[in-house]
Design a protein around this ligand. Sequence first.
Ligand SMILES: [Fe+2]
Ligand SMILES: [Fe+2]
Length: 242
Amino acid sequence: MAPPLQTVSGKKVPFPDRAKARSCRQAAMNNIRHLTRFDLALSGIERALGTVCGAAVESRPSPAAMTPEPHLEDGERKHAAGLMRVNHTGEVCAQALYDGQAALARDEATRAHLQAAAAEETDHLAWCAQRLHELDDRPSLLNPLWYAGSFAIGALAAAIGDRTSLGFVVETERQVEAHLHEHLQRLPESDARSRAILTRMQTEEAQHAANARARGGVDLPRPIPQLMRCASAVMKAVAYRL
Ligand SMILES: [Fe+2]
Ligand SMILES: [Fe+2]
């Protein structure tokens, strides 16, 4: 049967389909809920402040949760705290790199991938902060500076292109994995709680590198990996003390 007609501007047209109209209204409402650039900027600032102010909340329990607190001599505790401060700052940098990369990612799937990895890094950040607190110490005073610099580097990598940006993730995570291996050698033997955290992080950083490679990350040309190692050596030397 032909649909009933109505007259609009002198022309006979079908009455609007009510189901279609309902779905158009719903789509319009969904569009209203989409975040504007201003909303995204505010949310980015909120994330940055939360990261540098130590407001990260873990979504998974710390790998150290079931490990008893060891007895540490004063020197051992100070050394473990210095190493865990470096790792905490490393995770602040990881958040900033991923945030900068996600902000300028060209492909929505790449952005979603970066944001998912950043969520796992939030757990690392919270676990390191918690361990630092247990060791009666504090995060690096320069974390806002590390965050700003890392965000800019992440955004720069993303501006070049998604495959370079993913290649940057591969290289960063590989370097972090090697660094964690070194810290596991340097931590006091008895500090099983810090060891449990770093061991889990090491496994997950390797997975982040493999995932970014699988999504198309390319090898970075020389001397970028070498420059990244130099920047990270400066950060580690400063954050151990400050
Ligand atoms: Fe991490
Ligand atoms: Fe990672």
